[in-house]
Design a binder for this molecule. Structure first.
Ligand code: FE2
Ligand code: FE2
Length: 276
């Protein structure tokens, strides 16, 4: 099996559940391709550029020397995560004779670009930096779930288990980075970044409906039925609850760093459904 079915909620929708096993297998394979594309895009286009800047003292923040050294290591880790994700995709195509269905830009990247386009160009590097902090401190159910599922191909499980081990270290690095960088922001930068943080959580965690639509193509369902499957699987209350659970550590980090002393940030977290 390519991907743990329990991590693909649309499979439990009545219109999908009744499909033959080969169709379900194709959907799971497409789910894995989406995840691997997402990973390679995140690492190559966002996290690696940010850690390059940190390692070369160009992040705009004063950081302890050991953090600069660690950022080189993270850069290497992330480049490797992207490379093995891409390599695994090529192996999957050879083994299954099924290609990934046209991969579009993942939702998180579209949102990050949209947010940056509204910002003054001098402040855009802050968006990349703090988007990275958010993405590296969220808890990924995929990273922890795939290695545990013995039905999943060994190559996939082992690859994801290696990735999960690295991300544990990265989480600690970026939490520390945030604690050190936040007090170095000016008050107006704190207001700006504080309001962006929940946007980034949503960009990262909200179900990517375009990708889910492509994933469901093997079912042969018409477009409106696919839309209904996605909408009925992800009612807003479920999306909010899932986001809060995955963002719990990030929210605690914001709390102890003092992000919520800003009214604008707190209001944005409420608006995004991350605080009640
Ligand atoms: Fe990674
Ligand atoms: Fe990472």
């Amino acid at each position: 099996m390519s991907f743990p079915p329990e991590l693909v909620p649309v499979l439990y929708h009545p219109s999908v559940r009744e499909q033959e096993q080969p169709v379900i297998n194709s959907v799971l394979l497409q789910r894995l391709h989406i995840y691997l594309d997402f990973t390679a895009d995140l690492e190559q286009l966002v996290v690696t550029p940010v850690t390059q800047l940190i390692s070369r003292r160009r992040s705009g923040f004063d950081l302890p020397a050991e953090m600069l050294r660690d950022s080189y290591k993270i850069c290497t880790d992330e480049a490797w995560h992207a490379q093995f994700s891409d390599d695994l995709q090529a192996q999957l195509v050879t083994a299954t004779k099924e290609s990934p269905l046209s991969s579009g830009e993942p939702f998180f990247l579209t949102r990050l670009h949209a947010v940056k386009s509204t910002m003054d160009s001098s402040l855009r590097p802050l968006a990349d930096l703090f988007f990275t902090v958010v993405s590296e401190t969220l808890i990924s159910s995929i990273l922890s779930g795939i290695p545990k599922d013995r039905q999943v191909f060994t190559a996939v499980r082992e690859t994801v288990a290696d990735h999960a081990e690295d991300e544990g270290r990265h989480h600690a690095f970026f939490a520390r980075f945030f604690e050190i960088a936040w007090p170095q922001l000016t008050l107006s930068q704190q207001e700006l970044v504080g309001a962006l943080l929940p946007e980034f959580v949503v960009a990262f965690l909200r179900p990517d409906t375009a990708a889910l639509g492509r994933m469901l193509q093997p079912t042969g369902l018409p477009a409106d039925a696919i839309r209904a499957v996605i909408e009925e699987t992800y009612p807003p209350a479920r999306v909010e609850a899932d986001m809060r659970a995955a963002a719990a550590a990030t929210l605690r980090l914001c709390e102890r760093t003092g992000v919520f002393t800003s009214g604008r940030a707190t209001e944005a977290f409420h608006r995004c459904g991350l605080l009640s």
